[in-house]
Ligand binder design. Structure first.
Ligand SMILES: [Zn+2]
Length: 390
């Protein structure tokens, strides 16, 4: 059964990749035409691809953890030298990036182009992907080395030590990401002008009139609009996409920024660190218990690959709970925006504009909303505003 499952997993990954590679090759030679702008169709496609992507990723990690890592050269397989483990991990990351390339070309690049949501040039898209792989290597290599060193030195207690190290690590990542990682992909500049004045007056009422507000060129990647809050302490900031600033009215922008201000004032990025730390600690302990079942715990690449497979599988299972928490935080930010602006009509207009620009569905199927949505449906957000008495 075990052998059959491993063969099926490997076969699935290879067949799926081959199929997409053929489609990618066809599209490169004769680009497929545009698709009708149907939000329901687009949403259903994205959901199906997301589920296929999860299955593919789990199958790929299972193949590495339970088959490939056991066929590695013996010296490499049994070595628990941090450098050795990190080198194999880097090799795995690069192999994964190569296998993902044709898949993502068809499922992201071509799909977004056909729905008229992006006109990014192929070399810009490829450059972004190369940067992403390098950033991921730069972040995971020291992490894997540290984890291996601790697991080798403390074979019994290392999950506890790793859990204790998670909050400071997440704090460090949250501090540096907006300042050193995000600018690798986009240009950020302080928002200026009359709109800035208007947004500052809003922020001042909550004692954060000096908040950093940035504009960034998301139009490089997509026509979709977005805004977010990132960072902690000195790097805490509100970032607004140029697609939003250029495509929305000032009233609509003020409502969106008021929503982000809700996250900013509530310091939701700290909540992210707290929830992330608890989730990682729980996953690490559960995955370690599953990974060492039968085998002795080991700090080799094979041990690490098994651990990361189980962490991913359990992470999928924990997803719905995290998504529900996220929807709760989003509803709270919507209520904040309503209280700050007293203009439900601005909010309704903003959500309707978002629906049009992002080709978003009014409502997802119930199962999708419950299992995967990090935001409440547009319909329920608009209904909440309609029902509001200001
Ligand atoms: Zn939000």
């Amino acid at each position: 059964v075990r052998r059959f499952l491993i063969a099926a997993s490997a076969g699935f990954v290879l067949a799926y990749t081959a199929l997409r590679a053929r489609e990618a090759w066809k599209d490169l030679n004769a680009p497929a035409g545009p698709l009708e702008k149907d939000a329901r169709e687009y949403g259903a496609t994205k959901r199906a691809l997301m589920i296929a992507g999860l299955a593919r990723s789990l199958a790929g990690h299972a193949t590495v953890a339970f088959a490939l890592s056991e066929r590695m050269p013996r010296s490499a397989r049994e070595s628990s030298s941090p450098l050795n483990v990190a080198a194999w991990n880097a090799l795995g990351t690069l192999a994964e990036a190569a296998l993902d390339l044709p898949v993502d070309y068809v499922e992201r690049y071509v799909l977004e182009r056909r729905y008229g949501l992006s006109d990014q040039k192929l070399d810009d898209w490829l450059r972004d992907r190369a940067k992403m792989t390098l950033v991921s290597l730069a972040l995971t290599t020291p992490l894997v080395m540290g984890l291996t060193a601790v697991a080798r030195r403390f074979p019994r207690t290392w999950p506890l030590i790793a859990s204790a190290a998670t909050p400071p690590l997440l704090i460090f990542l949250s501090l540096v990401t907006p300042v050193y990682v995000a600018p690798i992909f986009n240009k950020f500049e302080p928002l200026r002008g009359t709109l800035e004045q208007r947004l500052r007056r809003l922020a001042e009422r909550y004692g954060v009139g000096d908040a950093d507000i940035f504009r960034f060129d998301m139009s490089r990647q997509t026509k979709k609009a977005n805004a977010y809050v990132a960072g902690l302490l000195g790097t805490h900031r509100i970032a607004i996409a140029d697609t939003l600033l250029d495509g929305f009215s000032e009233d609509e922008i003020e409502f969106v920024v008021a929503h982000e201000l809700g996250h900013y004032v509530a310091r939701d990025t700290w909540m992210g660190v707290a929830v992330g730390s608890i989730a990682i600690a729980a996953l690490l302990h559960a995955a370690n218990a599953l990974a060492r079942r039968g085998d002795a715990s080991d700090a080799s690449f094979a041990g690490f690959a098994r651990l990361s497979f189980w962490m991913q599988l359990l992470g999928v299972a924990a997803g719905p709970l995290l998504a529900a928490g996220s929807r709760w935080i989003e509803r709270r930010a919507d209520r904040f925006a309503l209280g700050a602006t007293h203009r439900p009509d601005w909010g309704i207009a903003a959500f309707e504009r978002l629906r049009e620009k992002n080709l978003a569905e009014d409502e997802q199927p119930r199962w999708a909303e419950l299992l995967i949505s990090t935001h409440p449906s547009l319909r329920s957000r608009i209904e909440a505003l309609r029902a509001a008495t200001v």
